[in-house]
Design a protein around this ligand. Structure first.
Ligand code: BT5
Length: 328
């Protein structure tokens, strides 16, 4: 795993960004930041490792030539308008899974709202051991550490809240008709543009923490998906026709999700139900839900206060807490 960028790297970058037309010498930078020149040297080395193009000329110093398309902690923080989500941001070029890393950080005591975001995941995960395809430069692969004081059985409602916030964010930015597919997908035109993976550390009656993993295909073109996904997956760019700023999508999502999350913590899922139902891709349709060896067929009728799907079957109502849904 590559490290998250160090604070000195972020500070040197911010100085170089402000003076892109001129050179800045090591002395100037070290004096401004009140750090030893060696720290500046190390920071430049680190920025180059992150693919920043930095010109150095003897006697003149450094000049920033090109910024890579990364999701940088400093940039995210600068643009965020939230109270808790993303107050701490850890940004990585490449990790196995942001959820796995988030879990370890949460166990070590990381604060509620800590955001872990990566340009690429090499072992991105979906539910039940499935893979999540997370190539570099194209998507948002992120996890939030949440510490809601709720019983574990209420946690799935959070997955729907995240899906709702994502659909609303995409709608607002693009005008596209993004939908929430119970329990954890976000769809555009019936194709999967995002997925949510909620992982819990909990006791019977108490949730220690939740890792909310959110994956969004942002700037993929059709050729960027592997063959086996191309019939079911899409990206915001494919549907909208234009490239989208990942940082903009990220900060807008965090803002929207924060308001839903704070409300959820206080009042549960019920205040969100109207919107969830409005944007649901399933309600009113005939579905088959599989969970484990069980299979339920019927009409998707409602999403209840615990976030479960209510299905009207030939033998009455059935409440399903989790599963795979196919529209028939
Ligand atoms: C999900 O699982 O949809 C949850 C995905 C969560 C991903 C985020 S990224 C940040 C965080 N860190 C992680 O390691 N994970 C989270 P599920 O419903 O099980 O869907 C997985 C299935 O979707 C796979 O079996 C594929 O068929 C399909 N799939 C894989 N990658 C995809 C992609 N990029 N876009 C659309 N579909 C994909």
């Amino acid at each position: 795993m590559k490290r998250s960028m160090q604070a000195a790297g972020e500070e040197v970058l911010s100085l170089l960004q402000k003076k892109r037309r001129t050179f800045l010498s090591t002395k100037e930078i070290s004096e401004k930041l009140r750090v030893h020149p060696y720290v500046v040297y190390q920071a430049i080395k680190e920025l180059r490792r992150w693919d920043f193009e930095i010109l150095s000329e003897k006697g003149k110093g450094y000049r920033l030539l090109k910024i890579p398309d990364l999701i940088l902690a400093g940039e995210v923080k600068g643009k965020l308008k939230t109270k808790i989500l993303g107050k701490d941001v850890l940004s990585y070029r490449s990790v196995g899974s942001t959820n796995q890393l988030g879990f370890r950080l949460a166990e070590a005591g990381a604060k509620e709202g800590t955001l872990i975001v990566a340009d690429e995941q090499t072992k991105g995960r979906g539910r039940m051991g499935r893979n999540w395809y997370s190539p570099p430069g194209l998507g948002l692969w992120m996890s939030l550490i949440l510490r809601p004081n709720i019983p574990p059985f209420k946690a799935p409602g959070l997955s729907i809240c995240a899906g709702l916030a994502l659909a609303q964010t995409i709608r607002k930015l693009t005008g596209l008709d993004a939908k929430v597919k119970w329990p954890n997908d976000c769809l555009i035109n019936g194709l999967k543009v995002g997925g949510i993976l909620l992982e819990l550390s909990a006791e019977l009656d108490r949730t220690n923490f939740v890792i909310a993993g959110i994956g969004v295909n942002v700037n993929h073109l059709p050729k960027d998906f592997p063959r086996k996904l191309s019939a079911r997956a899409t990206s915001v760019r494919i549907e909208w026709g234009e490239e989208v700023s990942r940082v903009k999508l990220l900060t807008s999502f965090l803002r929207r999700f924060e308001s839903v999350y704070l409300d959820f913590k206080k009042n549960g899922l019920s205040p969100q139900r109207q919107l969830i139902k409005k944007f649901s891709s399933l309600l009113g349709r005939s579905v088959t839900v599989k969970f484990g060896r069980e299979k339920v067929e019927g009409l998707a009728q409602d999403i209840d206060d615990d976030g479960s799907l209510v299905i009207r079957t030939a033998r009455g109502e059935k409440v399903v807490r989790a599963g795979e849904v196919t529209v028939v």
